[in-house]
Write a protein that binds this ligand. Structure first.
Ligand code: AMP
Ligand code: MG
Length: 422
């Protein structure tokens, strides 16, 4: 797929790299994403988390036959009486996997187990708890409904149905459905290769002794974790000092090794100028100030043939920008045409939040459900972009839109749920 050059954005009358609304940045990024096209065949077990590169068509009904949803007796509804009991003769049994081969005639019943094929002639199943049995005779009380407790062929999947479209992510339920069709191998898009590194002279590696002014590189671990949760085997290229030669070499290597290069740090004003010059040589990169908090600086573009995301260095900002921009973009690049947004709900905010209009804020929140079932949310405390513990305590982002000002306590707010997602 060919995408337009990034320079084409300058023609957009709303394009302002110094104040880029979150939605606009997402939409711009979407224009330039070219999903992987190479395909591989995998056993379904190995395809968990991968994206289908083919349609899955059903060549059979699932279930294959009409069958019983209960343990009981298969009967002919016409033999029953609406308000009186009837005694029928039990002529055989239908077990799951061992159908009854005969045909039920007038006055007959067939013992049946859950999943047993509905015998020819029968149309209704009576639960065993409702009947009385005496020798070969079973007595069925009145008040039964026609077709009760019967599961029909094709109830789950119909013959000839398009079960899944291309671009479907394969989760446990999809693997099971494909298996239920007797299909063992599927075509999926090849894995996206994602490389990342941190930049900063102040960064030390775990195991190093910290000198004054240094800190341990934590972004490499949060980024590793977020990428791994999304199903990637990311390539960790380490921490790179703020040195033009080292940075240029790292970008070159990463863009050759991967489809996507993610960095943290080095995109804020001041530092960006120096990284900008390098990236101008290696590709086409835009430096945006996003109208959001935290996470204002973001770089986006192409380095060589790789897609590039330059996240801010502050640990919370790096995570927020990853969730808000990179997650969705990676899903598109993996071959998912319309990734679902993070699940969002409205919750009552228990405390007042100060905010100026003009930017979207992603405050870290703790969402909980009251005994009345209503959801409420409170902020985690210090919302500084260096307070990584706020991300650890949070199970959601409280999303305060551009236009909103101060939020009084008790007001409803939008909440994006993070729990277990990535
Ligand atoms: P920068 O975006 O490079 O200007 O960095 C902004 C802030 O984030 C600075 O206080 C950095 O020390 C901090 N920072 C940058 N990279 C990392 C990292 N990999 N791990 C932890 N903190 C970082
Ligand atoms: Mg830096």
């Amino acid at each position: 797929m060919t995408t337009p050059p990034l320079s084409s954005l300058a023609a957009d009358s709303d394009y302002d790299p110094n104040s880029m609304p979150v939605e606009k940045a997402r939409a711009y990024i979407r224009k330039f994403l070219s999903p992987v096209t190479a395909v591989e065949r995998l056993h379904i077990r190995a395809a968990l988390g991968r994206v289908l590169a083919q349609e899955i068509l059903s060549t059979m009904d699932v279930p294959l036959n009409d069958n019983s949803a209960m343990d009981g007796y298969a009967v002919r509804f016409a033999d029953l009486k609406p308000d009186a009991e009837v005694a029928l003769t039990v002529i055989g049994a239908s077990f799951a996997g061992k159908p009854f081969s005969g045909v039920a005639g007038v006055g007959h019943a067939v013992r049946i187990m859950t999943g047993g094929v509905l015998p020819a002639g029968c149309d209704t199943v009576v639960m065993q708890e409702r009947v009385t049995v005496s020798g070969e005779r079973v007595t069925i009380p009145g008040g039964q409904q026609k077709a009760q407790n019967v599961r029909y062929a094709g109830d789950d999947i119909k013959h000839d149905a398009v079960v899944f479209e291309r671009g479907q992510i394969l989760r446990p339920a999809e693997l099971g459905m494909i298996a239920s069709l007797g299909i063992g191998e599927v075509s999926v898009y090849r894995k996206l290769r994602v490389a990342f590194f941190s930049t900063g002279d102040e960064l030390a590696a775990i195991g190093d002794r910290l000198a004054a002014g240094q800190l341990y590189d934590s972004n490499r671990y949060t980024i590793h974790g977020m990428l791994t949760r999304l199903g990637f085997d990311p390539i960790d290229m380490g921490s790179i000092p703020d040195d033009p030669v080292a940075i240029e070499a790292a970008f070159g290597e990463a863009s050759r090794a991967a489809d996507v290069v993610i960095t943290s740090g080095g995109v804020s004003v001041g530092e960006a100028d120096f990284v900008k010059q390098i990236l101008q040589r290696l590709g086409e990169v835009l430096f945006w100030k996003i109208a959001m908090k935290p996470g204002r600086p973001l770089a986006y573009g192409k380095v060589g043939d790789a897609h590039f995301f330059g996240l801010p260095g502050n640990p919370v900002s790096a995570m927020v920008t990853f969730y808000q921009f990179v997650r969705e973009a990676l899903l598109v690049l993996m071959g998912v045409p319309e990734p679902s947004p993070l699940p969002t709900l409205k919750a009552m905010c228990t405390s007042a939040i100060k905010k100026v209009p003009g930017r979207t804020e992603f405050q870290r929140g703790i969402l909980s459900q009251g005994s009345d079932g209503a959801w409420s949310v409170r902020v985690t405390g210090d919302q500084g972009s260096g307070i990584l513990s706020s991300m650890s305590q949070a199970n959601c982002f409280i999303v305060l839109p551009d236009t909103q000002g101060n939020t009084p306590a008790g007001a409803p707010v939008d909440v994006q749920i993070l729990e277990g997602l990535i």
